[in-house]
Design a protein around this ligand. Structure first.
Ligand code: ACO
Length: 442
């Protein structure tokens, strides 16, 4: 029998405590490391060498894959901190580019540092002219996420001079290039899919206003981004900027662990984000609200979501990590109201359905007992649609915003001296060794 006896406490520091793992009657001591906050971890990196056994953890629900100083989540308390700053303070008081600086460099910028950073981002927003030809190779009905994966991966073919991962200057230039060019790339994917001409970036506009301008202006008439909507867009980008070791971030780190260039790594992250269980949930939440349609239908959908024989689940409710209100959902709900007010859509029926659905679900014993609260996706679909985006662009916007988080995590990994190529092991349950039989004798 294999048993684990740990003697940990929550305030231990590195190496100040140990765990004893008893395998087949033999004890093995494992170091225990404490973080600055949050649960401590048992270092099992030498387990195989010492015991000849691996651990088994599908979905990595009990595995810390790295050490990180970027983002902290306490799912039970509903806390999300970037470099120690609560997400609601960053979203209410700062700009997306301030959050980018914070994630990349570890601290909020001084005024002169922010000015310099904004200038550097602004002057990297244009795409190599040859890339316009590249877009024209896609079918017009291509999903914009398919275009994103292709175009971002192709950046390494256009910007060779920032692909040396061992050069910190090149790493920085590649980082700024991706943060700066992602809105241009995303807007071009959108314009291409609706058959409108590409719109060049405007240096006089801030990051989010420039993005809205590239998406919604047309040569035939003037377009002036509404400041309330630009601010909402900026806040949505802040809310999605990073979320520690989720599937796409882990994908970026794993791709980067082999030494792949940063553009290729971010393309891998975008591919992972595309899946409906990750970046696609806001679209599903919007579809569900449309399907419910009116407040009087809500009890029937609540009943269905609790019925185990019915596959229906309340989209935008529940989260793998948050067993409390998702702190991003609070800000998103506020942003949703601001956008609908600014557009004079206060009576939007879907908003009424969402508010009532949330109220009923939060009083329902099933949802209370299972700790199912609204997540960030519950209000983001309504908000993005009101801003003018079609559902197939929702995940693209997520990718645009998450790029800075992926890059910050990738840089942290490259700069970590203990970093090695990622190589999980497996529990093999296939056939044991057998001899090849020629086809005419099988
Ligand atoms: N509606 C109804 N019941 C639910 C819901 C829901 N949205 N979510 C979970 N449950 C129930 C499950 O049926 C399960 O019940 P049981 O214990 O009786 O079997 C229990 O709550 C626990 O659910 P799990 O699926 O085990 O929880 P997990 O942490 O693995 O899943 C997930 C989290 C995938 C997000 C889930 O809550 C879900 O499917 N939600 C709807 C989709 C969604 O909104 N996804 C967006 C996540 S946020 C993001 O990715 C940015």
């Amino acid at each position: 029998m294999t048993t684990a006896e740990t003697s940990t406490n929550d305030t231990i520091n590195q190496d100040s405590d140990k765990s004893t793992l008893i395998i087949e009657g033999k004890p093995y001591e494992m170091p225990v490391y404490g973080g600055s906050i949050g649960p401590s971890v048992i270092d099992i990196s030498r387990l195989y060498g010492q015991t000849g056994k691996f651990t088994y953890d599908p979905g990595f629900t009990s595995t810390a894959s790295c050490e990180s100083k970027i983002t902290y989540i306490d799912g039970d308390e509903g806390v999300l901190l970037h470099r120690g700053y609560p997400i609601d303070q960053l979203a209410d008081q700062g700009t997306f580019l301030e959050t980018c600086y914070l994630l990349l460099y570890g601290d909020l910028p001084q005024k002169s540092q922010l000015d310099d950073f904004e200038k550097r981002i602004t002057y990297h927003t244009m795409l190599h002219e040859q890339m316009h030809t590249f877009y024209r190779g896609f079918r017009r009905d291509a999903h914009p996420m398919a275009i994103m994966v292709g175009v971002v991966g192709a950046l390494s073919a256009f910007y060779h001079d920032s692909t040396d991962i061992n050069d910190p200057v090149q790493r920085d230039i590649a980082s700024l290039r991706m943060i700066a060019k992602m809105p241009t790339i995303a807007a071009m994917a959108y314009k291409y899919s609706i058959g409108q001409p590409f719109v060049s970036p405007q240096n006089s506009l801030d990051y989010s206003a420039n993005f809205l301008n590239m998406c919604f202006s047309v040569p035939a008439e003037d377009y002036k981004p509404n400041p309330v909507l630009s601010r909402a867009m900026d806040r949505i980008f802040i809310l999605h900027a990073d979320h520690e070791q989720n599937a796409s971030t882990s994908t970026v780190r794993l791709a980067g662990s082999s030494g792949a260039n940063p553009f290729a790594c971010i393309a891998a992250g975008i591919a992972c984000l595309w899946g409906p269980a990750h970046g696609g949930a806001n679209e599903a939440a919007l579809q569900m609200l449309e399907e419910i349609g009116s407040v009087d239908q809500i009890p029937e959908y609540i009943r269905r979501s609790k019925d185990k024989s019915d596959p229906f689940r309340l989209m935008g409710f529940g989260h793998r990590v948050y067993k409390n209100y998702d702190p991003r959902a609070t800000v998103m709900q506020k942003t949703c109201h601001e956008v609908l007010d600014a557009l004079d859509l206060k009576d939007e029926p879907l908003l009424q359905v969402a508010i009532e659905l949330e109220r009923i679900a939060r009083e329902d014993e099933y949802f209370i007992e299972k700790k199912l609260y609204p997540n960030i996706d519950f209000y983001s679909g309504i908000t993005l649609r009101a801003l003018g985006f079609p559902p197939e662009m929702f995940t693209v916007l997520f990718a645009l915003a998450r790029t800075v988080g992926w890059i910050a995590q990738w840089r942290e990994m490259i700069e970590d001296p203990s970093q090695r190529i990622g190589r999980p092991r497996q529990l093999y349950t296939g056939p044991t060794s057998r001899d090849f039989i020629p086809v005419d004798q099988r």
